[in-house]
Design a protein around this ligand. Structure first.
Ligand SMILES: [Mg+2]
Length: 309
């Protein structure tokens, strides 16, 4: 691991009104040309087993709940990360970008108003003001038919009895892609390598994240949906953050990119000229990412001379 730049500042110059759920969205002169695209799981929000805290409990960060599942807290961020996110969303076009399905995304409680755009289902769905965009879904469906093998062909690879010792459950995500719940220690590395080769020939990609293995058709990408949202917003500066192989094209297309010092991209040793890696891991990396992005937004959008109203 080779951490790069450290955060320049922890203070934001954001002047918009924030707090109590009332957020002023990006407007002219307030960084409207800056799109911040951020992966959710293990980038912005963390389950308890991904916290990676190494301090004594009494010195740990203050934590807020970001997701309930069946009435029980499931995902979290630090209180400071949430505060910074609220300010970022007020002065930029903040776009959550996730492989979660729409239902899984809707459980996540981000601070502030519903984002104008959100990307779910690994780019298979664009939510506009919280509602699925039919025009985008139709364009993805057309590409799926011509550019990737049918979902059933890949699902069959995961439900193969030969893999039953480590594939605990296989899920169909909105007829767009499939993912399996793993007994990861029992999963042979050679099996994943062979699966990647087979999927590649079928026009699909594989990503292993914690206890989940994703098989996603190549036309369903976060980067493709993000390019569409960037065009619609007319944003000239793209700042992106993510931790997994599925985030890599999104980081590569960004003006400025960030990733935490954990996850698939860390394990793959991914670096790029536009990329900064956090110095911390786990839930504190999520907070550091918010700090780094805030500093990048401030650098990209100089404070206007006149006082904002
Ligand atoms: Mg992630």
């Amino acid at each position: 691991m080779s951490p790069s730049t450290s955060p320049a500042s922890t203070t934001t110059t954001a002047g918009a009104v924030v707090g109590a759920g009332a957020v002023v969205g990006a407007g002219p002169g307030a960084g409207a040309g800056t799109l911040v695209a951020c992966d959710l799981d293990r980038t912005l929000i963390y389950s308890a087993n991904a916290f990676w805290l190494e301090t004594a409990d009494c010195d740990g960060p203050r934590i807020v709940v970001s997701e309930l599942y069946r009435g029980v807290p499931l995902s979290f961020m630090t209180r400071e990360a949430e505060r910074m996110l609220l300010e970022l969303a007020a002065v930029t076009s903040f776009v959550p970008v996730t492989t979660r399905t729409v239902a899984q995304y809707q459980r996540v409680q981000l601070p502030g108003a519903v984002p104008r755009y959100a990307i779910t289902s690994n780019g298979g769905v664009i939510l506009t003001d919280g509602k699925p965009d039919e025009r985008w879904r139709a364009s993805v469906a057309a590409r799926l038919t011509s550019e990737a093998a049918p979902l059933a062909d890949v699902e069959a690879l995961l439900t193969d009895p030969a893999a039953a010792a480590w594939i605990l459950k296989v899920n169909n995500a909105e007829d767009l892609f499939v993912y399996a719940i793993l007994d990861r220690p029992a999963m042979p590395v050679e099996w994943v390598t062979a699966l990647q080769d087979t999927c590649s020939a079928l026009g699909w990609s594989v990503s292993v994240q914690g206890r989940k293995l994703y098989c996603v058709p190549n036309p369903v990408t976060k980067s493709g949906a993000l390019a569409e949202v960037q065009t619609r917003l007319g944003a000239d500066t793209l700042i992106a953050a993510g931790d997994s192989l599925l985030d890599r094209p999104m980081l590569e297309m960004a003006t400025i990119a960030f990733r935490p010092a954990h996850g698939e991209l860390e394990e793959a040793g991914f670096f790029a000229d536009n990329l900064t890696v956090t110095s911390s891991r786990g839930v504190l990396a999520g907070e550091e990412l918010m700090r780094l992005i805030t500093a990048a937004v401030e650098a990209a959008v100089p404070e206007p001379a006149a006082t904002r109203v």
